[in-house]
Design a protein around this ligand. Structure first.
Ligand code: KG4
Ligand code: ZN
Length: 331
């Protein structure tokens, strides 16, 4: 089945065409980062308005890149939540309009399930069951995944998401938005062993990142903001290492607990180079298999939405035109 995926849950307007839930024919992402960076975070009303401007051009580009006409599309999948409601409504309305006018089956998709499903667009795919870490700007969750749509949550954050911990640190240090990629780049020049930050809740599969953030605030109050790039790089490397360390160790612990040897890591923070490296080292040490999508499929995209949609539509699951967006939608 050829599925058009549509994603507009936060600050990326995205559309993709995917064949049979496995073959990526096109993947278009219009990022609004520049617009929001001057505010140090996503401004919901601006996000909705930019989606409204971008959504049709992005869909047309995705069709064009895939070499498909709208008449070749056999189903539509759209992110229904969780996310910013005003943003979600733009994608959802366009998906309904297209499905209505073309008489196509369509379905609303959970954004977190879509992040996990992004792994099926790679050559090498995991077998069910596996443990998945979904780590993004809004979520830090560990799941036991038995099949499409069959999840058990094993751990989640009690406060900030890991991506938030990166973004808030970057804001505090005045180095730009979004912070994850900036800290990732800086940290490569630094020594991760010079400054140590706290690792919270070691005995639990739940996460807490407010302590590491507070510890950075205290460090900056005591020593001031770093005055050289070198100092900044050491600080970024030490801070990043504390976050990466708990993400890796808790996910491995969850896999051991569930006696599975396959680990999936996905979501925006999964594009972090140190996280990928540390996961690769530790899973190799433990004899586990690691599956991490390429960075372009870790951050928000519509291809992952099309993968879930392909599975749901393939099982005859479709939605009513009365379907609404939801800001919260736990798996
Ligand atoms: O999945 P995503 O694109 O959107 C959400 O669903 O939240 O994730 C965005 C988050 C942001 O917090 C961003 O700072 C973080 O992913 N991020 C990174 C990196 N690239 C993006 N965090 C750490 N290292 C990166 N390289
Ligand atoms: Zn996301």
């Amino acid at each position: 089945m050829i599925v058009l995926g549509i994603e507009s849950s936060c600050d990326e307007t995205a559309a993709a065409v995917v064949r049979d839930g496995r073959v990526l024919l096109s993947n278009v992402i219009a990022s609004q980062i520049k617009e929001h960076s001057k505010y140090g975070g996503v401004v919901p009303e601006i996000a909705s308005r930019r989606h409204m401007e971008a959504i049709i051009p992005v869909i047309l580009q995705a069709l064009d890149d895939s070499g498909m006409e709208l008449s070749d599309i056999e189903g539509i999948a759209v992110t229904r939540g969780p996310g910013l409601v005003g943003s979600l409504l733009v994608g959802l309305s366009v998906a309904k309009a297209l499905a209505f006018s073309r008489k196509l089956p369509w379905v609303g998709v959970n954004h977190l399930e879509a992040h996990i499903a992004s792994v099926f667009l790679s050559q090498n795919v995991p077998r069910f069951p596996f443990v998945a870490l979904v780590v993004s700007g809004g979520h830090t969750n560990i799941y036991f995944v038995e099949n499409f749509g069959v999840f058990a949550i094993l751990g989640q954050t009690r406060d900030d998401a890991a991506g938030e911990a990166f973004d808030k640190a970057a804001k505090l240090l005045d180095i730009g938005y979004p912070g994850g990629m900036i800290i990732d780049r800086l940290a490569r020049e630094g020594d991760r062993t010079l400054l140590s930050f706290p690792r919270a809740m070691r005995d639990s599969l739940d996460f807490s990142f407010s302590g590491v953030k507070t510890s950075l605030v205290v460090h900056v109050k005591k020593h001031g903001k770093p005055s050289t790039r070198e100092e900044l790089a050491h600080l970024a490397a030490g801070y990043q290492e504390a976050i990466v360390d708990v993400l890796v160790e808790k996910t491995l612990k969850a896999a051991e607990l569930k006696s599975v040897s396959q680990i999936v890591v996905c979501g925006g923070v999964a594009s972090n180079s140190r996280l990928r490296e540390h996961f690769a080292d530790r899973t190799a040490e433990c004899g586990m298999d690691l599956f991490v999508p390429p960075p372009i499929l870790c951050t928000d995209n519509a291809a992952m939405v099309a993968v879930v949609g392909n599975n749901l539509l393939g099982r005859g699951i479709t939605d009513e035109f009365s379907l609404n967006a939801v800001s919260r939608w736990p798996l």
